[in-house]
Design a protein around this ligand. Structure first.
Ligand code: AKG
Ligand code: FE2
Length: 203
């Protein structure tokens, strides 16, 4: 009997100060990660969103989509944004994430990193509609990319390789004290998709 057969299905705490971080190398799902990846590529209404940097409008270096329950709307600069409804596959993944983490989520922001040129700038997920100490669970498919956390005040950096089918949970005070992001890579990378589950509270 292999006592450690399900070792990669346990949510392990990653020691970190000023916040909570947990990792599971393989979230249990009914389909294998390659099938899920393929379906996410095909079934998601991907959008190229623009951002304004130094007064110039440009496209974000990745594609994205936002899905959730109808109540997970939020208002930003006077405009109310409504999520697209969850797809059946997204509901399946959400259920697995809720079982693995013991937390509830009503929306998901999906990111599609097409190749090594795509990235995510450093930020904290600290919007008011996420509540005071938000739990954010991200599930990764496809090529592994390095998730980097940088402490806002201390000279500390934490790097985690987010591989195919893995789950990362950020919780506690983490968003108050750390920024996170994903850098471009210098060598070729295949596509990666992350689903970042959040719980949007009515303000
Ligand atoms: O793709 C990732 O793992 C990071 C995504 C992220 O930080 C976000 O969507 O806020
Ligand atoms: Fe984030």
């Amino acid at each position: 009997m292999d006592l450690f057969a399900d070792q990669n299905h346990t949510l392990e705490a990653i020691p970190i100060e000023d916040g909570e971080l947990y990792f599971m190398s393989r979230l249990p799902l009914a389909q294998d990660p390659a099938t899920v990846m393929q379906r996410l590529v095909e079934e998601t209404p991907w959008r190229a969103e623009s951002i304004t940097l130094y007064g110039k409008s440009m496209l974000q270096p990745r594609l994205s989509a936002w899905h959730g329950e109808p109540e997970a709307r939020y208002t930003y600069s006077g405009t109310t944004f409504e999520p697209q409804p969850f797809t059946p596959l997204q509901r399946e993944i959400r259920q697995a994430v809720e079982i693995a983490t013991g937390r509830r989520f009503n929306s998901v922001l999906l990111n599609y990193y097409r190749n090594e040129q795509d990235s995510m700038g450093f930020h904290s997920d600290d919007e008011r509609e996420l509540g005071r100490n938000p739990a954010i669970a991200s599930v990764s498919f496809g090529e592994a990319r390095t998730f980097i956390l940088k402490h806002k005040k201390l000279p500390k950096t934490v790097k985690i390789a987010l591989g195919d089918g893995s789950l990362l949970l950020m919780a506690g005070a983490l968003q108050h004290h750390w920024r996170h992001g994903i850098n471009k890579e210098k060598t070729p990378r295949g596509p990666r998709i992350s689903l970042t589950f959040r719980n949007i509270v009515i303000l």
